[in-house]
Ligand binder design. Structure first.
Ligand code: B12
Ligand code: SF4
Length: 472
């Protein structure tokens, strides 16, 4: 079959970061392993390719799989309708975070044949088999949303247990052997900065055992991980075949298993691979130890993000984040001493949060030895407890423009007051000569002269002028 996998994301000024479509590369790798030689697969990405180019390519496809987040729902709707216009014979499958968070609302918005919820590999394989040979009814495929009069969900599928055996390397070649890769490399990626132009994202574990009420549940509330050997094999392969030396880790809780983290670093140190590692999706500070950070530094870690969110113990409990604060400052200091650019993640606008609690978090960040801090505003996502409890189960998720409508509406401050606090935070945190010098010292020179640094500066200005709304 001719299969096109398309990432649907509207290029945006608010969120300039763009990352390679890892989910789609995993799906393509899986289809290749379990349907060898039977499909011709390509990967397209609207966050970096023009609509005209993408639509031209889609004309030939038998099956189109689209991937999106809630943020881009409105854009997705328009793209999907257009896909139907230009290619009337293909099957259209939706996947990605938007599916799992809005299961019962999908057919109200999207013109699709079916949607794949949660972890996608096994379900997509069965869907492709179905459309290829047409012998499997929708209701027999677990993890699927389809229409039979009304919208039906066949129930959640068991997660893949042995990741090393079952999941092959992602089909990196579909991006890296394609001019598409250049488009990622010239843009700002997820990490605050990179040393090299070329990079790739990695997803070395799936799922997270913590139960923060604002978080997604795509890969289940359990930690499953690739072995240390497999992680290092992925890095070695990308390094030797494609000359990649910069690696961004997008795991939800990369360091949950302390011994795995130690082993990955030991192996990398042993192999003497000259690589740089970045952890832009946050690490749990309470799963770090001094020796782990030291090993991570020796293995090549350049940026480490500490996901702190709030210093209020009351809110840590209410959000069921339950981060222990005993060692956070110590861990940040160890990272800083080991030359790692240390960034803190904080959120304002939690449910019932008071101004004093927000100020305490801001104060903690300002007094900490962190190099940088990302403050964002909590946005309840459908499918999370935060949404059902504080917005209401029956309320539809706002896609696109309306996406920010709930942000900061659940704290004790008015949304505009929270936004003002963001500016105050920025000034209090960044406009300190010592901090600016410390930050600059961690930057590689070539980053300071790159277009990516300019983008970062525009992002900061955006915060100062109150436009920043973001994120969870
Ligand atoms: C990297 C990342 C980013 C990057 C790139 C995002 C992008 N869309 O390009 C950056 C930093 C820019 C970013 C920004 C944001 N992000 Co983000 N991000 C991630 C992160 C950490 C990793 C994504 C990844 O590579 N996962 C690994 C792959 C393997 O998983 P996957 O892509 O989900 O794919 C699997 C399945 O979903 C499914 N699947 C996916 N696509 C398809 C397609 C088909 C056809 C099929 C069948 C199956 C399928 O199969 C795949 C394999 O199992 C995830 C967290 C996470 N754990 O995934 C959050 C996550 C996707 N982000 C999230 C959010 C909220 C945001 C922001 C809105 C935050 C903000 N600042 O406002 C923005 C929105 C940007 C946008 N317009 O999309 C939410 C999405 C929630 C939702 N329901 O929409 C997530 C899940 C995090 C969370 N805490 O909830 N993000
Ligand atoms: S926010 Fe982080 S620690 Fe909490 S459930 Fe999500 S991934 Fe796990």
């Amino acid at each position: 079959m001719k299969i096109s996998l398309l990432k649907v994301r509207e290029p945006s000024v608010d969120i300039p970061e763009v990352t390679p479509p890892l989910g789609l590369m995993y799906l393509a790798g899986y289809l290749r392993k379990y349907r060898p030689g039977r499909d011709h697969i390509n990967i397209l990405d609207l966050s970096v390719q023009s609509e005209d180019y993408v639509f031209e390519k889609l004309k030939e496809a038998d099956l189109i799989g689209l991937s999106s987040t809630n943020r881009d729902g409105l854009y997705l709707k328009r793209i999907m309708n257009h896909v139907r216009d230009i290619n009337r014979n293909c099957s259209v499958i939706l996947g990605g975070p938007i599916v799992s968070s809005s299961l019962s609302e999908l057919y109200d918005h999207f013109n699709m044949d079916c949607a794949v919820a949660y972890e996608g590999e096994q379900t997509l394989l069965e869907v492709v088999e179905k459309f290829d040979s047409d012998n499997l009814p929708f209701e027999a495929i677990k993890g699927l949303v389809y229409k039979n009069g009304s919208s039906q969900f066949t129930g959640r599928r068991e997660t893949i247990e042995d990741l090393d055996d079952a999941i092959p390397f992602p089909a990196w070649d579909l991006v890296l052997e394609n001019p598409l890769s250049e488009e990622y490399w010239k843009r700002k990626s997820f990490a605050f900065f990179r040393n090299e132009r070329k990079y790739m994202g990695l997803f070395t574990s799936r799922g997270c055992p913590y139960t923060c009420i604002y978080c997604h549940d795509i890969f289940a509330k359990r930690f499953r991980a690739h072995s240390a050997e497999r992680v290092v094999a992925e890095i070695e392969y990308l390094n030797s075949k494609f000359g990649i030396r910069d690696f961004e880790f997008y795991d939800d809780t990369f360091n949950f298993d302390k011994d795995r983290t130690r082993k990955i670093c030991d192996l990398l140190i042993e192999e003497k691979l000259k690589i740089n590692m970045y952890f832009p999706n946050g690490l749990r500070a309470d799963r770090l130890e001094k020796d782990i950070i030291e090993k991570m530094a020796r293995a090549g870690t350049k940026v480490m993000c500490f996901a702190i969110e709030t210093v209020s113990e009351r809110l840590q409990k209410l959000l069921r984040r339950n981060l222990k604060f005993d060692n956070i400052n110590e861990m940040i200091e160890v990272a800083v001493k080991n030359g790692i650019h240390s960034e803190g993640f904080f959120m304002l606008g939690h449910p019932t949060e008071t101004k004093e609690e927000m100020l305490a978090t801001i104060d903690f960040a300002a007094k900490s030895p962190l190099h940088s801090a990302a403050f964002s505003i909590a946005i309840p996502q459908k499918g999370t407890e935060l949404f059902s409890k504080y917005i209401g189960e029956q309320t539809p998720q706002s896609f696109g423009q309306g996406y920010y409508v709930y942000s900061s509406a659940i704290s004790q401050l008015q949304p505009q007051e929270v936004r003002k606090l963001l500016t105050h935070t920025f000034v209090k945190f960044y406009l300190r000569p010592l901090r600016i010098i410390r930050i600059l010292k961690t930057f590689p020179v070539r980053f300071i002269f790159s277009r990516r640094f300019l983008v970062q500066i525009f992002k900061w200005l955006d915060v100062v002028f109150h436009k920043k709304r973001a994120t969870l």
